[in-house]
Write a protein that binds this ligand. Structure first.
Ligand code: IMP
Length: 434
């Protein structure tokens, strides 16, 4: 019986929320291992829609949920999200939610710095979620972070605050901002400390005990491989490793605990924020109209920031690369129904770069800007795939499309998702059964 890690195989927003919820029902624990409240996972359960940013998706069904040490945690965002869910009838208790006591905190000045940098960057901005994710990871790696366990020792914070403010006050001065008000910061932390500490634990112990007891663990990735700090479209990436390898380091379990890696990919491509996007369909011409159509049919607006997502055809080169570097065992292909009704559909199979066709995405920004997608065109299908629950419910052309995707990305399709409803799923290979 395998544990399962779910990761995005594109630029995030692949529909992980539904798949994680679907798997969470059979998991004994659900674990977030990277990112923070920059994520946006939408879960549709019956009549109710839940929007989660920081909390693991298991929380909605009462499955014990863990925020691992690899996550950066904004205590105020945590409280707000827990209160929002409580208003929807979902309660987080110390039994259902456990937070790693060695998690680094996102503090108010991280959020300020994220915004100040974005505003100062003009056209070169990353297009971050402005939630302070990058600056908080910088402080973690710079060994200046305040962590969850520090909330129980606020009277001893002096030397840490010295290091932190020395670094940040210089940066803030560069932006014409006043120094950090230490008294206010400590008072704010004092006011929130007990709320966070009720959930704080050495979660690595809980997870290792669960592993020994043969429990099923579901690792819930956020963002996608193309936003990975190492393997993504740097510098237009997030500040964590989004690949399955970080499930181990970000939770305190060894790599052998990460079993089946389910990569989630949309049947087309979207991206929110700046950065290269070879198959983007934009502009005033027919391409732009096709991109608009994908965006409208797929309701492509960010869960976290409400920003309109950029849309394009499926890029098999990028997903093949994601599957390789991300360690993906099988793919869940989502939103196939958004492609219903197109005369023809295209898949990018390679890139033309300086007269040559290459089968990978080059690392340098200049090359990334130059690549032109090489497309394979297939006939579309006019029938609806929405709500299909078996291969027999799919039109022949849609099946051909899925099979071709599988071939090109060199990775089998384990699931096909045909609507936001969790039951509208075609199961090819059960990740937990492996
Ligand atoms: P940050 O994670 O807020 O620093 O943003 C860095 C980049 O990652 C930006 O392009 C964001 O739009 C993108 N990003 C961060 N979180 C998500 C997500 O959950 N879905 C899609 N894109 C995201």
């Amino acid at each position: 019986m395998a544990n399962v890690a779910v990761i995005g195989a594109q630029w995030g927003d692949e529909g992980k929320g539904k798949i994680v919820d679907w798997l969470a029902e059979r998991a004994d624990m659900v674990v977030r291992f990277q990112g923070g409240h920059n994520a946006g996972h939408t879960l549709v359960v019956g009549e109710n829609v839940y929007k989660l940013s920081l909390l693991p998706s298991g929380i909605v069904r009462g499955t014990p949920s863990v925020i691992g040490n690899g996550v950066v945690l904004d205590p105020w965002a945590l409280k707000a999200e827990i209160e929002r869910l409580a208003a929807q009838g979902v309660t987080a208790t110390p039994e259902t939610l456990r937070i790693a006591d060695n998690c680094a905190l996102i503090l108010p000045f991280h959020r300020d710095l994220d915004g100040l940098r974005e505003d100062a960057s003009g056209a070169g901005k990353i297009g971050t979620t402005r939630r302070g994710i990058g600056p908080a990871y910088e402080d973690k790696v710079g060994r200046r972070a305040i962590r969850v366990c520090d909330l129980a020792h606020l009277d001893d914070l002096g030397p840490q605050l010295d290091r932190l403010t020395a670094h940040h006050d210089a940066l803030r001065a560069g932006f014409g901002e006043p120094p950090i008000d230490r008294d206010t910061l400590v008072a704010e932390l004092r006011a929130i400390a007990d709320f966070v500490l009720q959930f704080a634990r050495p979660v690595w112990r809980d997870l290792n005990l669960a592993k020994e007891a043969g429990k099923r663990i579901l690792f819930e990735g956020a963002q996608g491989v193309l936003l990975d700090i190492d393997h993504g479209t740097y510098p237009f990436v997030t500040s964590s490793n989004t690949i399955a390898g970080s499930a181990a380091g970000g939770s305190g379990l060894g790599p052998a605990a990460v079993g089946f890696v389910l990569g989630i990919a949309k049947a087309y491509t979207t991206r929110v924020g700046s950065g290269p996007f070879p198959t983007e369909l934009d502009g005033d011409g027919p391409d732009g109209a096709t991109g608009e159509r994908l965006g409208t049919r797929g309701y492509e607006f960010g869960t976290v920031t409400g920003r309109k997502r950029r849309c394009g055809w499926f890029d098999a080169v990028l997903v093949r690369q994601s599957a390789a570097v991300g360690g993906i065992t099988g793919i869940a292909l989502t939103k196939i129904d958004v492609l219903d009704g197109f005369e023809e559909v295209k898949i990018c199979t390679g890139y033309r770069l300086r007269g040559e066709v290459i089968d990978y995405y080059p690392a340098h920004a200049a090359d990334q800007a130059l690549v032109e997608p090489v497309y394979e065109t297939m006939p579309g299908w006019q029938e609806s795939t929405a709500g299909a629950r078996s291969w027999a419910d799919l039109p022949a052309q849609a099946i051909k499309y899925i099979r071709r995707v599988e071939e090109l990305i060199r990775c089998p399709v384990a699931l096909v998702s045909t609507s936001p409803e969790r039951a509208d799923t075609i199961l090819v290979r059960d990740p937990f059964a492996d």
